[in-house]
Design a protein around this ligand. Structure first.
Ligand SMILES: Nc1nc2c(ncn2[C@@H]2O[C@H](COP(=O)(O)OP(=O)(O)OP(=O)(O)O)[C@@H](O)[C@H]2O)c(=O)[nH]1
Ligand SMILES: [Mg+2]
Length: 147
């Protein structure tokens, strides 16, 4: 019962409860996608995408370049043009995980806005993209990103 309450509570607090949104979770293998899905519950297929959540293992610096390559491909994909991207730098509970600044640098995101929620979604030709550091297992950080 606690888990169920917690789940509804989280959805409500994220403004997702009883709202329709199609979210695409992406990231290299082992980045934490499945863990996040289990955390949010409800596995389903996402057809038309309203938002992309791209997970990066912030501890695994050996794969930052590979992750950047995949992210770049997604950002330049016509099918995802203007779709908002939430980049989650996961696993910051592990010592020596990259900081947000380091991750931004390695993913080549320094030129993207960091307004953290103050983006006007109606503004044309501006792709909202935000980086949030998180630890999914510690249940911290990703909630702010979804908000
Ligand atoms: N320390 C730590 N480990 C995490 C965190 N989130 C996920 N993990 C671990 O990272 C590993 C991979 O997580 P998954 O959710 O399976 O990753 P995935 O992105 O679904 O990987 P694939 O299914 O292979 O694409 C698991 O052992 C998780 O327990 C976190 O916040 N901190
Ligand atoms: Mg998985």
């Amino acid at each position: 019962m606690f888990l169920v309450d917690w789940f509804y509570g989280v959805l409500a607090s994220l403004g997702l409860w009883q709202k329709e949104a199609k979210i695409l979770f992406l990231g290299l293998d082992n980045a934490g996608k499945t863990t996040l899905l289990h955390m949010l519950k409800g596995k389903r297929l996402y057809a038309k995408v309203d938002v992309v959540v791209y997970l990066v293992d912030a501890y695994d610096n050996e794969r930052f370049a590979e992750s950047k390559k995949e992210l770049d491909a997604l950002l330049s994909d016509d099918a995802l043009a203007n779709v908002p991207f939430l980049i989650l730098g996961n696993k910051i509970d592990i010592p020596y995980a990259a900081s947000e600044e380091e991750l931004r640098y390695h993913l080549g995101l320094n030129n993207f806005t960091t307004s953290k929620g103050n983006v006007n979604l109606n503004e044309s030709n501006v792709r909202p993209l935000e980086v949030f550091m998180c630890s999914i297992v510690r249940k911290m950080g990703y909630g702010d990103g979804f908000k």
